[in-house]
Structures are given as structure tokens and as C-alpha cells.
Design a protein around this ligand. Structure first.
Ligand SMILES: [Zn+2]
Ligand SMILES: [Zn+2]
Length: 235
């Protein structure tokens, strides 16, 4: 039985106006995963909505909070933004929030997701997602990819990956633990799947983008994870 409570809109919130091609890639990435999730389930819709910050002030505020609590002036703190966006989700009837920023993102959390303050060297992350949201996607580390089509395709790959996490991929309860990559959260190890970990940015994402061409972006196990998520009763 599909859990109908999961039938909520997916809201894409964009901090800075995107190029048309970037906007289309992100919407396309979200819709592709949404359609995989809902394949064969006609009574769920999960409409995808797109908002820019001039029509939704909380969007800009999320980025400002990320900057305010950053220990590096050139980056935004994904951990605090994620908390803020989670509260926003609760306040506005719990849509699935996908937040897009062009700033450089880092995650200041330990492996249990607890925020660590002032750790100094933050590294960076192209994206950050929790199951049921929010998802945060930063296009920053792809900006130097010279080939425009490739850059746009990488943004779509990253979007599909983060939306996968939002909808419960990887579901460890039915996966073989030896076939999970645990670096930076659970990831897929199957060939060609966009749910593999993209540790090196942008090169791993360029590779995943090449690998997914002409195929389903998710392997069969990750597609099964999506179906498990739809049947979960936990929210
Ligand atoms: Zn991931
Ligand atoms: Zn997979």
C-alpha cells in the first residue's frame, strides 16, 4: 500500500535567478526522479513547483543564515541551512523542499548529522539531503566546466542524486551492506547509477554524467529503494 501522505508538492527554491538552461536541467532532474518514483502509481501526483527569491523571501534568508553561521566567509554552512529549511517545511505544510544555491556549500556535521561549530577546515559539498527533505544543491563547483552542455548535464546528475536521497535512497534495510559505499552517507556502488558517491567534484560527476547517458539514471536496486520509500509509514 502506497502511503498517500507522501503525495505532496516538490518545491524548488532558487536563491539567485538561474540561466534558463540551468533551470530546465534542475526541473528535468526533479521530474525524472519523481516520475521513476511514481511509475505505475496513477493516483499520486507530487506536482513540481519552482520559486525564485523575489516571490518567496525565506529563500534568500536561508542563504543569509548559511553565510552568517559560516566559519569561512567564502562558503555557506549547509548544516544550519538544512535546519532552517526543515523548520520552513514544517511551517508551510511540509512540501518537499529542494533548495538551489550558487554559493559554495560545506557541511559542518559529524557522521550522525550533529552540527559541529568552528571546525575550521570545512571542505565543501556539492549537495546535502536528508530523507523527506530538505535537499540543498550548490552549482558552485561545476562553474568551471568549460563545455556548457556538460556543465548543465552535471547539474542534472547532481539534482537526480540529491532527489534520490530525499526519497530514501539508499535504503539500508534491504541492501547488502557490502555493496554500500558509506563515504559521506550511504551510496550505491552499482555501475552507471547516479546514486554513487561523487567524492571528487566535479570529475566524479562528469564521469557519472557520461555513464548515465541513454540509460535509466538509477540502477534497479535504487529504483526499488524509491518504491520502499513510498510504502513507508513513518511520516
Ligand atoms: Zn549523496
Ligand atoms: Zn543505484
Amino acid at each position: 500500500m502506497v502511503n498517500k501522505l507522501k503525495n505532496r508538492p516538490i518545491e524548488i527554491l532558487v536563491n539567485e535567478r538561474l540561466q534558463k538552461s540551468e533551470k530546465n536541467a534542475i526541473i528535468d532532474g526533479v521530474v525524472t526522479v519523481r516520475n521513476l518514483l511514481l511509475a505505475g502509481i496513477p493516483n499520486l501526483k507530487m506536482p513540481v513547483k519552482y520559486f525564485e527569491s523575489d516571490e518567496y523571501p525565506d529563500i534568500r534568508w536561508a542563504n543569509q543564515i548559511g553565510k552568517k553561521y559560516s566559519s569561512n566567509t567564502n562558503q555557506i554552512n549547509g548544516g544550519v541551512m538544512s535546519q532552517y529549511l526543515f523548520e520552513l517545511q514544517n511551517k508551510v505544510n511540509f512540501p518537499y523542499i529542494v533548495y538551489i544555491t550558487q554559493d559554495d556549500l560545506y557541511i559542518c556535521t559529524d557522521k550522525n548529522g550533529n552540527v559541529i561549530n568552528g571546525s575550521g577546515d570545512n571542505g565543501f559539498s556539492a549537495g546535502l539531503s536528508s530523507e523527506n527533505g530538505p535537499s540543498i544543491i550548490s552549482t558552485y563547483r561545476f562553474k568551471d566546466i568549460k563545455n556548457e552542455n556538460e556543465r548543465i548535464s552535471c547539474i542534472k546528475t547532481l539534482t537526480m542524486h540529491e532527489i534520490g536521497h530525499l526519497f530514501g535512497v539508499i535504503n539500508e534495510s534491504h541492501r547488502n551492506k557490502n555493496e554500500i559505499d558509506y563515504r559521506g552517507g550511504a551510496h550505491c556502488t552499482n555501475d552507471d547509477c547516479v546514486m554513487r558517491q561523487g567524492w571528487k567534484v566535479p570529475s566524479d560527476w562528469q564521469q557519472m554524467t557520461k555513464d548515465r547517458r541513454g540509460k535509466s539514471p538509477f540502477c534497479l536496486e535504487c529504483q526499488l529503494d524509491l518504491k520502499y520509500w513510498l510504502n513507508k509509514k513513518d511520516n
